[in-house]
Design a protein around this ligand. Structure first.
Ligand code: ADP
Ligand code: ASP
Ligand code: MG
Length: 475
């Protein structure tokens, strides 16, 4: 059984959902032709229609600021767009209940908007309740659309099937409970030869309160469901040909990386390759399930396959980058060498639930980067009781990944040298030596990324030559 996850652009409108239907049909036909293969499924996991989660979060902000009229207008657009897209459900008897359900969902949303406008405050719990609506609507439309095209599908509500802790807006799955819930809700239709359609991104606590897994979390949902049901493959259908050698929004000529290891993919996702949510690989590793990234607009492209091991390839695999990062410098001449200082320092970030990405130390200071600066004022306050603290916003992380870094001691220096005189604020190489990571000003990112990409990825032979040249120098 395979899990096929379709991102927002892959369910954006009727045409996109028709492409989805064709891809699911092709998968069913391939299954039928595989002798002795597992003929169950697939399980289809869908995102909200593209842009809808942003809209819902915008709606929450409008309500919180008391702008009921603005929120209602936005909600009206959302309702109209979903009703229009449900036109893809060819069979009217299947379309009607879906349109009724989405009207009921939008009516409920309208009541929530009015209540939040009175309170003028949106708690994380309410944010989740609002954000989840996108996937709740899209999954019902897609389930009925498949059924109306003779691909019999059962809609399974993710709020019943994916159980999480109560960390609202970034909930973590509870695997045992989720497996049990999927056995109850998803296994029977699969055993009966039907497909299952679920919304990604969404779950609920053991007491049934709606949660979300964090932005981009539908990939993670697909992996969770795949791991719990023992899938043979997790497919991430998106709008690019696979994992590319760099972010296509910043670099002109990125190429597809045909095969990645789990470790490489995790590192790239963690450091900003948006095509994959950073937590996606974890459940796949636990059950050793291959993950494929595929283009729903161009099914003929081969995509990227991610497995535990991969064949040897170029010394550098890809470069990931992340904007909007804040560097925090913590200086303490008195304390740094004292034992317990780092514990005390990191405890502050832990207390304010703020993950730290890159860390570097000098004799008297520690620098860390964080992605989420919402709680930084409180963090700085707490740190200031034992150190001097400075922050610098609008920074970017660049992370170059490749096994060549481990094998060729000169390669990291070449990578750093390739960005010319762009000031490097922090540089770090972890024990795995599979990546070299540096922090620069956000404004320098396009230039620096372009330089790294031109030098090492635009023509793979150049990377090979650089590596070979360096090896010759060393020997
Ligand atoms: P989906 O809605 O299908 O989940 P996302 O927008 O989350 O899609 O992720 C796909 C996007 O990720 C691409 O359109 C691309 O702009 C961006 N991206 C950033 N870095 C990379 C990369 N290294 N390889 C591929 N895509 C990347
Ligand atoms: N719809 C959610 C988001 O936009 C989840 C996802 O698409 O993966 O973040
Ligand atoms: Mg995504």
């Amino acid at each position: 059984m395979k899990v096929m996850k379709f991102g927002g652009t892959s369910v954006a409108d009727q045409a996109a959902i028709e492409r989805l239907i064709a891809l699911v049909r092709a998968e069913r036909q391939a299954q039928a032709q595989t002798e002795g293969g597992d003929a169950r499924g697939p399980v289809v996991v869908v995102s909200a229609l593209s842009g809808v989660t942003d809209r819902l979060l915008g709606l929450a902000a409008l309500s919180g600021s008391g702008d009921v009229e603005g929120a209602r207008a936005s909600l009206q657009d959302l309702r109209a767009r979903h009703i229009k897209v449900s036109g893809v459900i060819a069979d009217a008897s299947l379309r009607k209940p879906v349109v009724d359900a989405l009207n009921a969902e939008c009516d409920a949303l309208e009541r929530v908007v009015s209540a939040l406008a009175v309170l003028q405050e949106v708690s994380p719990r309410w944010l989740d309740a609002l954000a989840a609506v996108g996937e709740i609507l899209s999954s019902q439309i897609v389930a009925a659309a498949l059924s109306s095209h003779k691909l019999l599908a059962t809609f399974v509500d993710s709020r019943q099937a994916v159980v999480t802790n109560d960390e609202h807006t970034a909930a973590a799955p509870l695997f045992e409970e989720t497996t049990a819930a999927l056995m109850t809700h998803a296994d029977p239709p699969l055993a009966a030869g039907r497909m299952v359609v679920m919304g990604g991104f969404v779950g609920a606590t053991t007491s049934g309160v709606t949660t979300t897994l964090g932005r981009g979390g539908s990939d993670f949902s697909a992996a969770i469901v795949g791991a719990c049901l023992g899938a043979s493959e997790i497919q991430i259908w998106t709008d690019v040909d696979g994992m590319l050698t760099a972010d296509p929004r910043i670099v002109n000529n990125p190429q597809v990386v045909p095969h990645l290891s789990f470790a490489e993919a995790s590192e790239l996702a963690y450091f900003g390759a948006k095509v994959l949510h950073p937590a996606t690989i974890q459940p796949a590793v636990a059950r050793n399930i291959p993950v494929r990234i595929l283009n729903s607009h161009r099914a003929s492209a081969r995509g990227t396959l991610i497995t535990a091991e991969r064949p040897k390839a170029a010394p550098l695999t890809a470069v990931a980058s992340k904007k909007g990062v804040t560097v925090v410098d913590i200086t303490s001449t008195r304390m740094l060498m004292a034992h317990g200082f780092l514990r005390r320092l990191f405890e502050v970030f832990e207390r304010f639930k703020t993950p730290v990405d890159v860390v570097t130390t000098s004799e008297v200071s520690v620098s860390v980067t964080i992605d989420d600066a919402r709680r930084l004022p409180s963090i700085i306050d707490a740190l200031s009781s034992f150190a001097q603290v400075e922050r610098e916003d609008a920074m970017a992380i660049v992370c170059v990944v490749g096994d060549g870094l481990h094998e060729d001691p000169g390669l990291a220096a070449q990578v750093l040298g390739s960005v010319g005189d762009v000031p490097l604020r922090m540089v770090s190489q972890a024990a795995s030596r599979r990546n070299i990571t540096f922090v620069i000003r956000e404004a320098d990112l396009p230039f620096a990324l372009g330089r790294v990409h031109d030098r090492f990825f635009a023509q793979p032979s150049i990377a090979a030559q650089a590596s070979a040249g360096q090896a010759a120098n060393v020997s």
